[in-house]
Structure formats: structure tokens, C-alpha cells
Design a protein around this ligand. Structure first.
Ligand SMILES: *[C@@H]1O[C@H](CO)[C@@H](O)[C@H](O)[C@H]1NC(C)=O
Ligand SMILES: *[C@@H]1O[C@H](CO)[C@@H](O)[C@H](O)[C@H]1NC(C)=O
Ligand SMILES: *[C@@H]1O[C@H](CO)[C@@H](O)[C@H](O)[C@H]1NC(C)=O
Ligand SMILES: *[C@@H]1O[C@H](CO)[C@@H](O)[C@H](O)[C@H]1NC(C)=O
Ligand SMILES: *[C@@H]1O[C@H](CO)[C@@H](O)[C@H](O)[C@H]1NC(C)=O
Length: 461
């Protein structure tokens, strides 16, 4: 009897073990298939771009190749994405091979953007989405097609206010976003880091024994203040200011937060139309402090490698914010609802202060005609960069979010950085005076950028 049971047990083991293993195998396969279908996303890097607004990547020069153009389900609900999808499709070299060949200078670009807008907004679902958007975003949409605003005031010179070195194009042009009422900020900048003329760097040219430096010019970018209840005619004052300093570039649009993108786009156009041949452009806000001598030195160093590598046309440097998600907190100044834009932002340089080459400014001018305006200016620049297949370079000495911790209190902290946001006009003037003292200059000569600043930098979003 005992022998009988033992034999039956062997038979059971022989039959059930393979069945059990098969079951495990199916189970495993099922899980793998499910995970595939859920599509777990890999992290974003410039090498592995996953820009969600159906954009174009890995292009050759101006011929963008689409990433996701065949996917109809992508961001169906998001208003901006849908508008831009139509434009991106239009310039898709596979769908419209003849379109890209004509080159970017074609004036038809604007009409394509216009046409796609009117087609898209005719659709029922788009109209519904539009009406569900917050009021201030609706207001943005109502004006997002308009890009030509008359210039009210502009400098006489080719690239803003004229330095002493008029014949040669400047090494660096400061383009500073400001508002009519911020006279104090402009004045502080004129007296300090934004002073036009020749600026000595912090290095000597070993071959000739001279200081390395470059000429600097400046232009302020303004819209119009809504000044009904101020009681003074600011236009009159600004006109006098422009006559005196020759560094005001003002357009006839309302100077609101969502209109700031217009300043970039219209500045690029002004820059290109006037054939300003500044090698570098600095674009920043009027409440930052810039260490101009250090910046000049840095740019000289860059220029050598950039020219050697022929990469000057792609050059942009600043505090790079990668893989940022749109701000979905509806109290925020930067609030963007999911119904307006979905997906993450491309990597972009913080708009407080950023430097790019004059060549890139001209390319951005052309590319911007194919990208619908976006309410947040630095993100918009990132979107255009993306489509040029150019990526901003990160530099730890661009402190657009101020010093980390107590770093500011250390001696020489301001000597080592390139810029810091944000400082009042009084602070700017005082900091500049400190920077110019020969005594502190010698003390701070060889101190490197603090390790804390570099570390803070790694923890950025
Ligand atoms: C593109 O251009 C070629 C020759 O230039 C022409 O034969 C072809 O019909 C054009 N295609 C379209 C879609 O216009
Ligand atoms: C240094 O001087 C030489 C000779 O004038 C010049 O060719 C070179 O460009 C200068 N270098 C810098 C960095 O200014
Ligand atoms: C303000 O001054 C400008 C420039 O002189 C003038 O064109 C405009 O009419 C003035 N506005 C008012 C409200 O007086
Ligand atoms: C931008 O400026 C235009 C022209 O002044 C104005 O009509 C529009 O309302 C402004 N847009 C926003 C979003 O403030
Ligand atoms: C530029 O070329 C130099 C060598 O000439 C190289 O070390 C450097 O990494 C290059 N930079 C870029 C951005 O390719």
C-alpha cells in the first residue's frame, strides 16, 4: 500500500511541475506586455529629447524631421499644441518636401501660421477648449497672431547706443527688458554694468601685453504702459530720455507679462533688419547685476573655441532649466492650464539673463516665424532653439535664482559670478563700485567660483 502511494506521488510531481512552470512563464509574459503598453517614460536628456509638443528634432540645418507627427491622439485637448501641430506638419519635410527646400526666408511662413490658426479654431472641439480657458489666456490667444507693432522710439545707431568705437561692430550688445516706469533701473544700469564703450576684461593678451577687452553697446526694450491713471505723460518723458541717451527701443504694444515674448521676437527682427553685427547679445531683465569685465573675458575665451568648432551659430549660455513641467498652480504668475499646453517644456535658459551669438539671434528671427507665440518668454525661446536643433549651454555662474544659502556673504562672491538676479538699482550701483576697486580686484584675483555655487547647481530642477 505504501509503495502504491509513493508511485502516485511521483506521477503527480511529473505532471504538475511542468504545468506550474508554464503558468509562471505566462504570468511573467503578461506583466512584461502590460508594462510595455503602459509606456514607462525614460528621463529627458538633450541626447534623448522627448519634447511633447509635436516638434521636430535631429534636423539638418533647417530641415526638421518629425518625431511624432503620425500620432493623432497626442494632446488632442491642448489648445497650443494643436495649433503648433498644424504648423509643424506644414513644414514637415516628409509631408511637404517642397516647403522646406524654399528656405526660411520665404514670406509665406506668416500666412501659413495664420491659415493654420483659422483652420484650427474653426473646429468645434477647439472652440470649446478656448471658451474653457481662463480669461487672461483667452486674451493672449486673441492677440497671438499679431506680430507687427510699429516702433515708437529707436536708437540712431546700428546696434543701440553708440560707443566710442563706432566703426567696429560691438563684441557684446546688452538688450535689456524694462518698463516705462523703471527709470531708476535704467539709470543704474547706464552708470554701472551697462555702460557703453570699451570694457577691459580680466586677462592680458600674452602676445601683445595688452588687456583683452571688447566694446559694449546697450539697448532697452519697452512696450507701452497703461498710464491712464498716472496723471503724467510718460511718453513725453521717455521721448526725452531717448533723445538724451539714444538707447530706447519701444514698440506700440501693451507692456504686460504675457506680451514679453513679443519683445524677444521683435528684438530679433530689429536686430536682423538693421544688420547689427554684434558678436554676442546679452538679453536680460532690468533688475540684475552683471559682472561685465568677467563676462567679456568669458566670451573671448568662448569665441576662440566656437570659431574653431564652427559652432558660434548655435551658441547660447545661461542657467539652463531642463525637463521642466508647466506650472499648474492656478495662483501662479506662470500658470498654464493643461487644456492650453500639455507635455513638458524643452530645456531653456532662465530669462533673467542669457547670452547668445548674433548669428543665433538671426536664426531665431527666422525660426520664430514658424512657432506660435507662447505666453512665457524664456520657454518660447527654448521652443525655437529646439527647432533649430541648438541647445543652451549651462554655466554655474549665471545665478538667475540668486546665491545659494549664505554664499553672498563670502568675500569676493560678486567677483566670481557672471550675473545675479535680483538686485535693486541702489544695490546695482553699490556692487559695481565695489567691483571696480583695485584693492578688492587684486584680493579676489585667483579665487575660483565657490564649490557651493557649483553644488547648488547640480540640485536645480
Ligand atoms: C515639388 O517639386 C517638384 C520639382 O521641383 C515637382 O515636380 C513636384 O510636383 C512638387 N511637389 C509638390 C507636392 O508640389
Ligand atoms: C592678442 O593679440 C594678437 C595680436 O594683436 C591678436 O591677434 C589676438 O587676437 C589677441 N587675442 C585676444 C584674445 O585678444
Ligand atoms: C503725450 O506725449 C506724446 C508725445 O509728445 C503725445 O503724442 C501724446 O499725445 C501725449 N499724450 C497725452 C495724453 O497728452
Ligand atoms: C499685448 O499687446 C496688445 C497691443 O497693445 C494688446 O492688445 C494685448 O491685449 C496684449 N496682450 C496681453 C496678453 O496682454
Ligand atoms: C571644440 O573643440 C575643442 C578642441 O579644438 C574641444 O576640446 C571642445 O570640446 C569642442 N567644443 C565643442 C562644444 O564641441
Amino acid at each position: 500500500m505504501a509503495q502504491f502511494t509513493c508511485r502516485w506521488r511521483n506521477v503527480l510531481i511529473c505532471v504538475y511541475t511542468p504545468c506550474f512552470l508554464m503558468l509562471l512563464l505566462f504570468f511573467h509574459a503578461g506583466i512584461v506586455v502590460c508594462m510595455r503598453m503602459a509606456g514607462v517614460k525614460a528621463p529627458w536628456t538633450p541626447e534623448n529629447p522627448q519634447f511633447e509638443a509635436p516638434g521636430t528634432l535631429k534636423n539638418r540645418g533647417f530641415a526638421p524631421l518629425p518625431q511624432v507627427f503620425w500620432r493623432n491622439d497626442l494632446h488632442k485637448e491642448a489648445f497650443w499644441n494643436q495649433l503648433q501641430l498644424a504648423v509643424d506638419r506644414h513644414f514637415n519635410p516628409i509631408l511637404h518636401p517642397n516647403m522646406t527646400k524654399k528656405g526660411l526666408r520665404n514670406s509665406r511662413f506668416e500666412s501659413v501660421v495664420r491659415q493654420s490658426f483659422s483652420e484650427a479654431t474653426k473646429q468645434e472641439n477647439m472652440r470649446k477648449t478656448f471658451h474653457s480657458l481662463p480669461h487672461h489666456i483667452q486674451r493672449f490667444v486673441n492677440h497671438m497672431l499679431r506680430r507687427s507693432y510699429p516702433i515708437i522710439l529707436q536708437p540712431d545707431g546700428e546696434c543701440g547706443t553708440q560707443g566710442k568705437d563706432e566703426k567696429k561692430p560691438p563684441l557684446l550688445l546688452f538688450a535689456i527688458k524694462t518698463a516705462e516706469l523703471n527709470f531708476k533701473n535704467r539709470q543704474a544700469i547706464r552708470q554701472s554694468w551697462g555702460k557703453a564703450g570699451w570694457v577691459a576684461g580680466q586677462k592680458r593678451n600674452s602676445s601683445v601685453g595688452e588687456e583683452v577687452g571688447g566694446s559694449v553697446q546697450r539697448v532697452f526694450l519697452l512696450g507701452k504702459e497703461n498710464s491712464d491713471d498716472l496723471g503724467v505723460n510718460i511718453s513725453q518723458l521717455l521721448k526725452m530720455e531717448s533723445k538724451h541717451y539714444g538707447d530706447i527701443l519701444q514698440w506700440d504694444f501693451e507692456d504686460t507679462f504675457f506680451n514679453l515674448t513679443l519683445k524677444d521676437v521683435l528684438f530679433w527682427r530689429w536686430f536682423s533688419d538693421l544688420h547689427c553685427r554684434a558678436v554676442f547679445v546679452f538679453k536680460g531683465d532690468d533688475d540684475i547685476f552683471v559682472n561685465t569685465p568677467r563676462l567679456i573675458t568669458y566670451l573671448w575665451d568662448q569665441l576662440e573655441t566656437l570659431q574653431a568648432n564652427k559652432s558660434l551659430k548655435d551658441f547660447m549660455v545661461g542657467e539652463v532649466i531642463g525637463a521642466a513641467e508647466p506650472d499648474r498652480a492656478d495662483k501662479s504668475k506662470y500658470f498654464i492650464p493643461e487644456r492650453f499646453y500639455s507635455g513638458s517644456y524643452p530645456s531653456y535658459a532662465g530669462g533673467g539673463g542669457v547670452v547668445y551669438s548674433g548669428l543665433l539671434a538671426q536664426r531665431l528671427n527666422l525660426m520664430s516665424r514658424r512657432v506660435h507665440l507662447y505666453p512665457i518668454d524664456d520657454v518660447y525661446v527654448g521652443m525655437c532653439m529646439m527647432r533649430l536643433n541648438a541647445f543652451p549651454v549651462h554655466h554655474p555662474a549665471f545665478l538667475t535664482f540668486d546665491f545659494p544659502g549664505k554664499e553672498e556673504k563670502r568675500p569676493c562672491s560678486y567677483h566670481k559670478i557672471l550675473l545675479v538676479h535680483k538686485r535693486s538699482p541702489e544695490q546695482i550701483v553699490r556692487l559695481w563700485a565695489d567691483l571696480k576697486q583695485t584693492q578688492t580686484q587684486t584680493q579676489c584675483k585667483d579665487i575660483p567660483l565657490s564649490a557651493d555655487v557649483k553644488i547648488k547647481d547640480k540640485n536645480l530642477p
